[in-house]
Design a protein around this ligand. Structure first.
Ligand code: AHG
Ligand code: MN
Ligand code: MN
Length: 335
């Protein structure tokens, strides 16, 4: 059987689901940028890409060289094609304006250029997360895009995906009708469809959380994780296994592959910030993918995709993965 490349998949989506040609182009360009990032990541010390910059991003995190490089690769790949009205990124304080010399398009691209930065220097999987929104109708005005244009709930996403740079480089993609997984064939330079119709099992015996923050968690999370740890002698009457990679892409990828629950709850360390992960370019795209694969994603009290964002870099608590466990921990928050 002939292999289905990402290009062929996208063209077939246009035929079967009317995927617009400019959205198809957008996804191809993002995928090309991810190949370039994958190439840089794989060079490691030989390419001089490890280590940190002297700069901080808007979150006050020290930027790694690869955070900045990946951001530049995505901007350069996407600014000239005429498919975007603007971009926003973890690594930029404000919305990125498409330079005046290029045409503008109908879409907004939001990304975490390099997720799992703390794993770069230790040769553990990292990734790129992206979300695609439509640019709201601005009455034909093409002036500078403000932050407001991006502040749409996750339900408005027209596409989302991530690339994972691990033992294999893969691209996981949803256009709103299921989740497809593509593996990079480095000899051909193409993403090839290898994982058709990815589904998250509804039940699981595996969870992911940074246990070192336990003393800061709120009561419902204390209760729930306590029950997970109690295993078959506790109220849940089964033993659970734990994984924590500290790259959201890698933890989510495991869940898409074999099920599980991922948690980054809000905690009392920085009470004014609800959790660590960012809504627009981490939680929303991942929640869209997880839901499209039959899983669920909440912030403890609300479906993540329904949250109305109020700022570009806002944070959110995240519980996502196998439906049964997400529902359980969400119910504990509601009790
Ligand atoms: P980023 O590298 O884009 O800042 O994201 C890191 C995130 C996420 O990938 C991961 O789940 C989490 O931070 C790990 O945080 P801890 O170090 O607190 O475990
Ligand atoms: Mn991240
Ligand atoms: Mn990042």
């Amino acid at each position: 059987m002939s292999r289905v490349t990402l290009s062929r998949y996208l063209i077939e989506q246009t035929r079967s689901h009317n995927t617009p040609a400019d959205l198809r182009f957008l996804i191809e360009v993002v995928a090309r940028a991810c190949k370039a990032i994958s190439h840089q990541v794989s060079k490691g010390a030989l390419g001089g890409v490890l280590g940190s910059m002297e700069t901080e991003n808007v979150q006050g995190e020290v930027q790694k060289k690869l955070d900045v490089l990946s951001n530049e690769i995505l901007l350069e790949a996407n600014e000239w094609g005429g498919h975007l009205a603007g971009m926003a990124s973890e690594e930029m304080d404000n919305a990125y304006q498409i330079p005046g010399r290029y045409p503008k398009g109908a879409y907004l691209l939001v990304f975490d250029p390099l997720d799992g930065s703390s794993n770069i220097d230790v040769n553990v999987s990292v990734g790129t997360i992206f979300s695609v929104l439509r640019c709201p109708d601005r009455n034909g005005e093409c002036g500078d895009l403000g932050e407001e244009a991006f502040l749409q709930p996750g339900t408005e996403q027209v596409a989302a995906g991530y690339a994972i740079y691990g033992p294999q480089t893969m691209l996981l993609l949803t256009l709103g009708n299921g989740v497809k997984g593509f593996t990079l064939d480095r000899e051909l330079g193409s993403f090839v469809l290898t994982h058709d119709d990815i589904r998250v099992p509804e039940t699981t015996q595996e969870f992911a959380i940074n246990m070192s923050n336990q003393r800061h968690w709120e009561a419902p999370v204390q209760r729930y994780v306590g029950e997970l740890l109690a295993g078959e002698t506790g109220p849940l009457e089964k033993n659970y296994n734990m994984r924590w990679i500290a790259s959201m892409v890698a933890d989510v990828h495991r869940i898409l592959t074999r099920g599980g629950l991922f948690m980054y709850p809000r905690d009392s360390r920085e009470p004014e910030k609800p959790g660590k992960l960012r809504l627009m370019y981490e939680a929303n795209p991942m929640s869209f993918i997880i839901e499209q694969a039959g899983g669920a994603a909440t912030n403890g009290s609300q479906r993540i995709l329904d949250i109305q964002p109020t700022s570009l870099h806002q944070r959110v608590a995240v519980f996502l993965g196998s439906k049964e466990e997400v529902e359980r921990v969400t119910a504990y928050h509601q009790e």
